[in-house]
Design a protein around this ligand. Structure first.
Ligand code: SF4
Length: 215
C-alpha cells in the first residue's frame, strides 16, 4: 500500500544540488489516483481477493511517501481495524513516531533514516527522539541507502554510534535507480557491509522490473 505525500523531498527540488541521489518514488506518490474511505478500500481489496491473501499470511507493507505523516496515520487506523491482524510492515524515514493507536497494528518497522547525501537539511531529516523510539522497539529494523564509504561513515557517526544500534538490526542498500547502476554498485556496497559488520540487501524490484512502476 503506497500512501500519498512525504515530509521530505530527497534529492529533488531545491535539495537536488546537495544530494548524490534522487527519491525515485516522488513521481509515484505525488500522483493521487483515488481517495478511499476505509470501507471503500476494504471492499476493493475484498473484490481483488487480497483480504483472503492477508489471512493466509501475505504481509501488508505500508510505504509512501511517508506513511506516518499524522494525517495519514489517522486515515490508516480505521482501515487496519477492519483487517484480521495480518502481519503489517511500515516503511518510514524515521522522522515521525507512530501513535500508540497505530502501533498496536504494526508487526515491523523498516526505518530508513536519511543521510547528508539525501540533500535534506539535518534539522529536517534527523529527529533523535524518533530514532531513540525505534532503537528501543525490537520490532524496528534500520535500512540505509548508501552509494560509497562516506555514506557509511556518516550513518555510523550520526546513528549507529550515538544510539548504540546493534549491527544485526542494520541493512545497507545500494542507492541506485536503474538495473544497470544497481548491478554496477552492489558489489561495492556488499563489501562495505561485510567490512562494517552490517547486513546487505539489494533492490529486488529494480532487479526484476528496472524502472517500471505499478507492477
Ligand atoms: S523520505 Fe523516502 S519517500 Fe520521502 S522523499 Fe525521501 S526517499 Fe522519497
Amino acid at each position: 500500500m503506497r500512501t500519498h505525500a512525504c515530509n521530505l523531498l530527497c534529492g529533488a527540488g531545491k535539495y537536488a544540488k546537495e544530494s548524490t541521489w534522487t527519491c525515485d518514488t516522488i513521481p509515484v506518490f505525488t500522483k493521487i489516483q483515488k481517495h478511499y474511505t476505509a470501507e471503500e478500500l476494504f471492499s476493493d481489496w475484498e473484490t481483488r481477493g487480497w483480504i483472503t491473501e492477508l489471512t493466509r499470511g501475505t504481509h501488508l507493507v505500508i510505504t509512501g511517501g511517508e506513511p506516518l505523516i499524522l494525517e495519514r496515520q489517522e486515515q490508516l487506523i480505521p482501515f487496519l481495524k477492519m483487517l484480521k491482524d495480518p502481519f503489517i510492515e511500515v516503511e518510514t524515514n524515521g522522522t515521525i513516531c507512530p501513535s500508540p493507536a497505530l502501533n498496536t497494528h504494526i508487526a515491523q518497522y523498516n526505518v530508513s533514516p536519511k543521510l547528508t547525501s539525501s540533500g535534506m537539511p539535518k534539522a529536517m531529516r534527523f529527529v533523535p527522539e524518533v530514532i531513540q523510539w525505534h532503537c528501543q522497539n525490537p520490532r524496528s529494523f534500520f535500512k540505509f541507502v548508501v552509494t560509497n564509504k562516506e555514506d557509511v561513515r556518516d550513518l555510523t557517526n550520526t546513528y549507529i554510534t550515538p544510539f548504540n544500534i546493534p549491527l544485526n538490526r542494520v541493512w545497507l542498500m545500494p542507492g541506485a535507480a536503474t538495473r544497470k547502476t544497481l548491478l554496477e554498485l552492489q558489489p561495492t556496497i556488499a563489501q562495505l557491509a561485510k567490512e562494517s559488520g552490517m547486513n546487505f540487501c539489494s533492490r529486488l524490484h529494480i532487479l526484476l522490473y528496472d524502472q517500471t512502476t505499478g507492477v
